[in-house]
Design a protein around this ligand. Structure first.
Ligand SMILES: *[C@@H]1O[C@H](CO)[C@@H](O)[C@H](O)[C@H]1NC(C)=O
Ligand SMILES: *[C@@H]1O[C@H](CO)[C@@H](O)[C@H](O)[C@H]1NC(C)=O
Ligand SMILES: *[C@@H]1O[C@H](CO)[C@@H](O)[C@H](O)[C@H]1NC(C)=O
Ligand SMILES: *[C@@H]1O[C@H](CO)[C@@H](O)[C@H](O)[C@H]1NC(C)=O
Ligand SMILES: *[C@@H]1O[C@H](CO)[C@@H](O)[C@H](O)[C@H]1NC(C)=O
Ligand SMILES: *[C@@H]1O[C@H](CO)[C@@H](O)[C@H](O)[C@H]1NC(C)=O
Ligand SMILES: *[C@@H]1O[C@H](CO)[C@@H](O)[C@H](O)[C@H]1NC(C)=O
Ligand SMILES: *[C@@H]1O[C@H](CO)[C@@H](O)[C@H](O)[C@H]1NC(C)=O
Ligand SMILES: *[C@@H]1O[C@H](CO)[C@@H](O)[C@H](O)[C@H]1NC(C)=O
Length: 499
């Protein structure tokens, strides 16, 4: 991926320091999976209207459905198509089957439908182990067919892997690929390296949390602040992992390093949280799904990588657009959809924060308290924001412009929003124990102006460099952070100066 470097010149006494900040040519994106195992899916043109209304720019299909690919033509949406597990075997055994697949499912739609990637099978090694030996041949045959059609620069080939191909993913620094698939994984990585493709990862903190049976606090899975006694630090690297998603992505990077591979970026092809589960699935709730997916979006769009690869953003496809009620298995398997099939959101979310992406202002996005949140949680959130969170709470004091209406949700909204606008570029989140949410509606009223409002003269954002102070909820509470923050900064600075 092309890199652009901006050189900022800082005058410090007579010393001139050149700071090179490198950003990916395109920042990380958040896309969405469109599964179709449902009895009442909207027709493709309606699905596409929903995508447009939600400003969704990247989608993954699990197959190469003709009607969907036609409906996606001339929309600007980038599309990842899929080879189903059933088709992997045939393609792996025959270059001509692969060439036909490319002609019928990719070349036929380009360039009007912007197909940018092919996911070959889904978790092939763990779901159909007998096909492991043909996986890389299938990828190679497809790639050759793309080369023959001069499409290999536009369309990348890879294959989504489950976390279960990795042994001992924590601490990430000691993670390795399960040696059962030694030769396959080796060839797989060689292929990705040679073709400039990415490692496709299905990363599910939901399963990490539920499989962990209480080992991990749920806050760790949900990207929520951890109390200092629960800080999760990799003892070998002293990297602090504030969330399980980052730890999973880093486990993949370290597993690749263990096989001497570097420079293969991780692309998360699936991540999400179910919002309804059976009686034995208590973590599958709307509140948790809302927290997970909104925090995931924020995490991805802050454009940084996991601790070992801070300069490599992790683009991610959320799983998934609609529920799939025809899927077999427990209740939670069928309820990952962020939208009902009529296009209404199951819970509020926002996929595109252009302000966050630029690292500049987040004008037009407000972080407010949920009206129906539990009052004692709101009180705790308000206290935290105005205290350790260092929000400017002057305006909500008695007699000041934002005191009225004198309600807990109003005061908390002001404080949450002020905190969020100051700290978002440094990793501050809009969560507050699940009592906060994003909204497009400017809550300013009268002479009370909320941060980020078009009525305020300036944005509340702070510069990226001062942002490395101890500012996020996690850091403010943590004492171990001092060490890991330094450990995080050193590789970050090295990378910045290397480009
Ligand atoms: C397709 O997506 C790629 C990757 O973002 C972009 O560079 C290209 O311009 C797009 N092509 C069309 C025809 O929109
Ligand atoms: C192949 O595609 C690239 C752009 O992806 C283009 O610049 C080049 O001219 C094409 N080559 C041929 C032989 O069509
Ligand atoms: C590696 O994978 C095999 C096959 O799935 C499994 O039996 C084995 O337990 C795994 N090894 C470890 C250390 O988890
Ligand atoms: C896989 O590779 C590792 C490290 O190179 C080696 O120790 C192990 O014996 C190999 N396992 C198999 C099943 O080939
Ligand atoms: C990785 O490279 C190092 C140094 O070149 C070598 O000692 C080691 O055996 C290599 N490991 C593998 C798994 O190839
Ligand atoms: C969409 O569907 C959901 C679930 O069936 C329902 O609760 C909601 O009211 C519907 N919205 C509209 C606008 O019809
Ligand atoms: C977000 O939306 C704006 C306008 O709606 C668009 O210009 C921008 O490219 C989008 N950014 C991403 C990363 O999708
Ligand atoms: C940041 O925002 C200001 C004003 O809102 C604008 O002038 C500037 O170009 C923006 N910078 C970036 C990097 O987007
Ligand atoms: C992005 O998020 C990560 C993980 O929460 C955090 O460590 C990092 O500081 C954030 N970076 C920026 C620039 O906000």
């Amino acid at each position: 991926m092309p890199l652009i470097c901006h050189f900022a010149t800082l005058l410090h006494s007579t010393l001139e320091l050149k700071l090179a900040t490198c950003v990916q040519f395109r920042g990380a994106f958040v896309g969405i999976n469109i599964g179709t195992e449902s009895r009442n899916l909207p027709v493709p043109v309606d699905v596409v209207s929903i995508l447009k209304a939600r400003k969704i720019t990247n989608v993954r299909l699990f197959d190469a459905d003709r009607r969907m690919l036609i409906a996606l033509a001339n929309t600007g949406v980038e599309v990842m198509v899929g080879v189903t597990n059933e088709d992997v075997l045939g393609i792996g055994q025959s270059p001509s089957v692969a060439a036909a697949w490319i002609n019928n499912n990719v070349a036929a739609y380009l360039p009007t439908t912007n197909i940018t990637a092919i996911a070959v099978g889904s978790e092939v090694l763990t779901t159909i182990p007998h096909a492991a030996s043909v996986l890389v041949p299938a990828m190679t045959h497809l790639h050759h067919a793309l080369v023959a059609s001069n499409l290999s620069f536009q369309v990348k080939v890879s294959s989504p892997q489950s976390m279960y191909v990795i042994d001992g993913p924590f601490p990430p620094s000691t993670a390795i690929f399960n040696s059962t698939w030694n030769s396959t994984i080796y060839q797989f990585l060689q292929f990705l390296k040679k073709t400039g493709s990415f490692y496709m990862l299905n990363a599910y903190p939901y399963y990490g949390y539920t499989d962990g049976d209480g080992i991990f606090p749920i806050e760790y899975a949900l990207f929520q602040p951890l109390s200092s006694i629960k800080q999760i630090v990799d003892p070998n690297t002293v990297f602090r992992y504030s969330n399980m998603f980052d730890a999973m992505v880093d486990a993949v990077y370290y597993s690749m390093v263990a096989l001497n591979f570097s420079g293969i970026p991780v692309l998360v092809t699936e991540s999400g949280w179910p919002w309804l589960g059976g009686t034995n699935e208590p973590a599958a709730t709307i509140e948790n799904a809302e927290a997970y997916n909104n925090n995931l979006i924020r995490r991805v769009l802050n454009n940084s990588g996991p601790p070992s690869q801070p300069s490599v953003p992790v683009s991610t496809y959320i799983y998934e657009l609609f529920n799939e009620d025809s899927r077999p298995g427990p209740v939670s398997k069928k309820n990952w959809g962020m939208l009902y099939t009529n296009g209404t959101a199951v819970y509020p979310f926002r996929l595109n924060y252009s302000g966050i992406i630029s690292g500049n202002s987040s004008k037009g996005v407000f972080c407010t308290a949920k009206e129906d949140a539990d009052p004692s949680s709101l009180e705790a959130g308000l206290d935290w924001a105005c205290g350790p969170g260092k929000a400017n709470c002057d305006a909500i004091q008695e007699g000041r412009p934002c005191y009225e209406p004198d309600t807990l949700p109003n005061h908390a909204s002001f404080a949450y929003n002020d905190y969020y606008h100051k700290m978002q570029s440094a990793g501050g989140t809009c969560d507050f124990g699940g009592t906060a949410m994003f909204t497009d509606v400017d809550p300013s009223h009268g002479s009370c102006v909320f941060a980020g409002s078009s009525r305020s003269g300036r944005s509340g954002a702070i510069t990226p460099f001062s942002a490395f102070g101890p500012v996020s909820p996690e850091t403010a509470r943590s004492t171990t952070m001092q060490v890991s923050e330094v450990a995080f900064l050193i590789p970050a600075i090295l990378v910045l100066f290397h480009c």
